[in-house]
Design a protein around this ligand. Structure first.
Ligand SMILES: Cc1cc2nc3c(=O)[nH]c(=O)nc-3n(C[C@H](O)[C@H](O)[C@H](O)COP(=O)(O)OP(=O)(O)OC[C@H]3O[C@@H](n4cnc5c(N)ncnc54)[C@H](O)[C@@H]3O)c2cc1C
Length: 561
């Protein structure tokens, strides 16, 4: 057993989960001389991280410093504190300060170790631009492009994001708009498939042209690939795919001393300290019900289906406390049923011009281009606005399409309803049609002048830049709904592997029991741990950023003799 006074650092650390936090932890351990076994349940590495946007938020980071962008830990702290205002009691002050302080150091460390080549994501402001300490640029980092060939035979063992135009950079996407970029990337993939280029991933070059000998990886796929490429050079890391951990081994004093795994050759017990990096509970309906109060018809996820809350359940059985963040503060985005592999699609379509969201009364209920407000009101208002619907017109259809349907394409009839009038559409969807017509009329009047006095759609800079149509004027997210036919679909909330609720940890990644004491031998990195570090506020990039900071801290502790 590992004794806290004289730790035995010769045994391998068991890292559970081969996503970003897991691979980064294993890399950190190897760089300081300790072996690890990465146990991954699925046959692919990367987890939700490889599906993600690859935005990593770090206040006062070294890249900003090098480029002369002013920031400070104090400003970063006022921002995090400012956006946690809804439930200040949920914010773990000590953990927040530890995270903010260690983030810049950790990001610089990973770069110096050759795990990543940071770039600032251009033109991207903090979500809540009116919060104290918010900055218009600099805190979002991502990896410069990495070529898939650096992964050698592991290239076809990583997940590639179906949610972002992998191969394209943020700068390129900003010019084209996110929706147009995604549609273009789908087309590139089609061409690549026909050309006999490996269909895995986006085999397109940065200018969108397909090339058989270039395999640029960007967004979360690129960030993960960069860490993995570096980790693969370390002989102290043993990565085992298709090896789910089913339970933790606990000794008579309550310390975690190992893990039980289901390997090809049957059940096995492995011994050593355990780092849980299994992410959230998106594909576990019982935990979704417990933490979010949502039934399967109102919830799905963009995260891989291997993310089933295992780490949370195992840690609970070993005596860990769970922290619950209110569902109204959980980062979830609106999505719709589709023929995508997980049965659900999501994209910026709901925040593009010529569409709006309503509940069954036919009325809007919030800034329906901004997921923070949508979650807050759809779930938080009394009564709730569930079910809720996306309503759009032919202009939206022609310009943007929806999910797998390209602009002007035919929507799947089983999911998308259409009608020549909004009243008729309302009847088909179970919405008050008369009210829907009135709502669309008011919405269109506002959209024409580019302002939404009722709910402020189009006023959030992050949404304009990340989701809007850069070519649409006067406002990239506001356009009238007036051209028949009209369309509608029922929406559901879609998790993104950021469940907010999860295992309670301290600022160093120690898993805590119900008395707030660390459980010896048990650590957690990444989104398996509750986001008490940031309380109830969220900004894109917090999840991956905290994961990398925790990986750095845990690896450091587990290599100190
Ligand atoms: C579309 C999308 C966009 C996103 N964009 C961003 C963004 O830009 N910035 C940001 O910060 N966050 C973003 N996120 C969220 C972020 O990706 C996740 O919070 C993050 O990946 C969690 O990292 P992790 O290392 O904790 O887990 P993951 O990267 O999800 O990895 C967990 C791994 O654990 C494995 N696992 C699960 N159970 C077991 C078990 N029992 N045994 C062994 N292995 C197991 C899983 O298969 C998986 O590979 C996004 C997510 C999605 C889906």
């Amino acid at each position: 057993m590992t004794d806290s006074k004289t730790p035995d650092i010769s045994s391998p650390v068991l890292v559970v989960g081969g996503g970003l936090s897991g691979i980064a932890t294993a890399l950190g351990l190897a760089l300081k001389g300790r072996a690890s076994i990465v146990l991954e349940s699925s046959d692919l590495l990367g987890g939700a991280a490889a599906y993600s946007g690859g935005m990593i938020w770090a206040a006062a980071n070294h890249v900003m410093r090098n480029q002369g962008i002013e920031d400070s830990l104090e400003l970063g702290e006022s921002y995090v504190r400012g956006i946690a205002y809804a439930h200040p009691e949920l914010l773990d002050e000590a953990a927040m300060r530890r995270w903010l302080e260690v983030s810049p150091e950790a990001m610089e460390y990973w770069e110096q170790a050759g795990a990543i080549e940071w770039e600032i994501i251009p033109e991207l402001a903090d979500y809540h631009s009116d919060a104290p300490g918010a900055l218009p640029l600099g805190r979002y980092l991502t990896n410069a492009v990495i070529d898939g060939s650096e992964l050698g035979e592991w290239r076809d063992r990583i997940r590639v994001s179906p949610n972002f135009p992998v191969g394209m950079t943020y700068a390129e996407m900003n010019v084209k708009g996110r929706r147009s970029s995604s549609v273009a990337a789908e087309e590139d993939l089609e061409i690549a498939n026909h050309a006999g280029v490996p269909a895995f991933g986006r085999a397109g070059s940065n200018d969108g042209a397909v090339s058989a000998d270039s395999d640029p990886l960007t967004f979360g796929t690129g960030v993960f690939a960069a860490f993995l490429a570096r980790a693969l050079r370390e002989p102290l890391i043993d990565i085992r795919l298709s090896t789910p951990v089913t339970d933790l081994l606990v000794d008579g004093q309550g310390a975690v001393v190992g893990a039980r795994v289901k390997a090809e050759q049957g059940e096995q017990e492995l011994h050593g300290p355990v780092v849980l990096a299994t992410s959230t509970y998106d594909w576990n309906p019982d935990l979704v019900r417990e933490f979010l109060g949502l039934e399967p018809e109102d919830f799905s996820s963009l995260a891989p289906t291997s993310i089933q809350g295992d780490g949370i359940s195992m840690a609970r059985r070993a005596g860990a406390a769970v922290a619950v963040i209110p569902a109204t503060s959980v980062p979830m985005v609106p999505g719709w049923s589709s023929h995508a592999p997980t049965g659900v699609s999501n994209g910026p379509e709901y925040a593009l011009p010529h569409c709006m969201m309503v509940d069954t009364s036919g009325k809007r209920f919030c800034d329906d281009s901004y997921w923070v407000q949508i979650v807050k009101h759809a779930i938080g208002d009394e009564p709730r606005h569930l079910p809720f619907f996306l309503i759009w017109d032919e202009q939206h259809h022609e310009k943007y399409g929806l999910g797998l349907t390209p602009p002007g394409g035919a929507y799947p009839e089983e999911f998308v309803f259409s009608a020549d009038t909004l009243a008729e559409l309302g009847d088909k969807l179970g919405i008050d049609g008369d009210e829907l017509e009135k709502t669309a009329f008011r919405f269109s009047e506002s959209a024409r002048v580019g302002q939404d006095p009722e709910f402020g759609r189009g006023s959030v800079e992050f949404v304009q830049r990340f989701c809007g149509d850069p070519k649409h004027e006067p406002n990239p997210v506001l356009g009238p709904i007036e051209k028949a036919p009209f369309y509608g679909t029922r929406l559901k909330f879609v998790g993104t592997g950021i469940g907010s609720s999860g295992i309670r940890i301290d600022g160093d990644g120690h898993v805590l029991n119900e008395s707030g004491e660390p459980i010896s031998g048990l650590f957690a990195a990444g989104s398996v741990a509750a986001l008490t570090t940031m309380g109830s506020g969220y900004n894109s990039g917090f999840a991956l950023g905290r994961g990398l900071a925790l990986a750095y801290l845990i690896a450091d502790e587990l290599t100190r003799a």
